[in-house]
Design a protein around this ligand. Structure first.
Ligand code: FA5
Ligand code: MG
Length: 429
């Protein structure tokens, strides 16, 4: 269906997305800018750096994980609709009813019954129920999040899931395979393992998961890549980790660690719920933009949205049919334009609990679009007498296509101030 995505009008009762009409309600919080980007699917556009990265990752998995007669082990799914139910995005993943990630301040709802997936994990249970035992899901995901060089409200993830039967898990342990058991009901949950998993299961799954991801990182970034595992928490895996890699900023700043993915051992309760009580497995979700930034030395996540032929041309060569996907590509900045920082201070409405910083970020984003590079809270202050709260945000404007004049930035900044007053009921200081 070719009908464009749109909000019907300012007081929209319904919205059109991916050729379908959705009634709006008190949860509806999609902005026009996000609606324009729904189903963008940069990973499916041959020639785009995310296409190149996706194809390298899939190529690596297909070369290293096979079934009999060298058929790929992992099924690749890259065309699922980003419109999902709260059941898919949250409940099926054991995310508690009061979890902050469900709040309209954190995700984009079409209405109470539909939202834009906040992660590719939303498809885990459906695919497991369909009988897949090893799969990669690639897709665009949507989050109301902070604004900086490595966060964008629309980005792309790749999910990987692999589950094992007892025979498959211990297939490598030749002599002792028969005596090893996947489950040991006497074992309790600890920081290191789930209740009911045998010691061998916990150790093997962790090893398989980490070596899979370390292998991927080395194949993509080279064997000298510096990385570290950081313990993490997800409701749908235990134990869980994040992988960080050393990231040297292109502006000569200090080396930094960048979070590249989350992963862990799939909660047994989730597998039970999918009708798979005698399987165990692991899952990961990686941020494709983060990997592409590291791999191609792209300094800012907004560049992936650039339609500038000078940007895309830098990735064209290895994307040609028949070309070597792995030939090195290093992004060379087309040019660097100066940043233009401006501060905005305001008093919050008397009931300041109704103010969410993500509402402000969305407002900034919907007015300034890609001209906004970063928004940071630089000061907070409560009036000693009347108890009102005052916030000061620094907004950095910068274009990747031209030098912004300070008048231009000022005009945008003034619009933001004005609409913060009308839409968020704040009072400019
Ligand atoms: C998740 O989304 C989990 N679903 C990952 C997972 C899957 C865990 C399976 C366990 C098992 P997280 O919110 O940390 O986790 O996001 C995963 C990755 O997406 C991050 O490590 C980062 O690389 C990337 N990412 C997160 N937020 C953004 C953003 N706003 N912009 C760009 N990339 C982001
Ligand atoms: Mg994380």
């Amino acid at each position: 269906n070719a009908a464009p995505n749109r909000l019907n009008n300012a007081s929209a009762k319904s919205l059109f997305l991916c050729g379908q009409e959705f009634e709006s309600d008190d949860y509806t919080n999609l902005t026009d800018r996000i609606i324009e980007q729904v189903n963008c699917g940069l990973h499916r556009q041959r020639g785009h750096p995310l296409w190149l990265l996706t194809n390298r990752i899939v190529g690596h998995f297909n070369a290293n994980y096979t079934r009999s007669r060298s058929r790929p082990l992992f099924t690749v799914v890259d065309n699922l609709s980003p419109i999902v139910t709260p059941e898919q995005n949250f409940d099926s993943l054991l995310i508690p009813a009061d979890h902050p990630s469900r709040r309209p301040s954190d995700v984009y709802y079409l209405n109470r019954g539909r939202l834009l997936r906040g992660h590719t994990s939303a498809h885990q249970c459906d695919l497991l129920r369909q009988g897949l035992d090893a799969f990669l899901v690639v897709g665009d995901v949507y989050r109301r999040d902070e604004i900086d060089r490595s966060h964008f409200p629309v980005f792309h993830q790749m999910e990987g899931v692999r589950i094992y039967s007892q025979e498959q898990l211990f297939a490598g342990a030749k002599d002792s395979a028969d005596s090893l058991r996947m489950f040991d009901r006497s074992r309790n949950r600890t920081d290191e393992q789930q209740a009911g998993h045998s010691v061998e299961t916990s150790k093997l799954l962790e090893h398989e998961l980490k070596s899979c991801l370390e292998g991927l990182a080395r194949r993509l970034f080279g064997s000298s890549i510096a990385y570290r595992w950081v313990p993490a928490y997800f409701p749908f895996t235990h134990p869980s980790w994040e992988l960080e890699v050393r990231h040297s900023q292109s502006d000569g700043g200090e080396a930094d660690w960048m979070e590249m993915l989350g992963c862990g051992i799939v909660e047994q309760r989730l597998l039970d719920g999918c009708g798979l009580p005698n399987r165990t497995g692991w899952a990961f979700g990686l941020g494709l933009e983060r990997w592409a930034m590291q791999l191609f030395s792209v300094p800012d996540i907004r560049l992936f949205w650039s339609k500038d032929p000078a940007f895309l041309a830098q990735f064209a060569q290895p994307c040609q049919p028949g070309a070597d996907l792995w030939q090195p590509v290093q992004y060379k900045p087309i040019s660097v334009y100066p940043p233009c920082p401006m501060d905005l201070s305001f008093w919050l409405p008397a009931a300041d609990a109704s103010f969410h910083s993500n509402d402000f970020y969305d407002l900034v984003r919907s007015i300034a679009g890609d001209l906004v590079e970063q928004v940071s809270l630089i000061d907070e202050f409560r009036h000693p007498k009347d108890g009102r709260m005052s916030l000061c945000y620094r907004i950095v404007y910068r274009s990747h296509e031209r030098t912004l004049t300070s008048e231009e930035a000022r005009t945008v900044h003034d619009q933001i101030a004005k609409s913060a007053v009308t839409r968020l009921a704040v009072q400019i200081r």
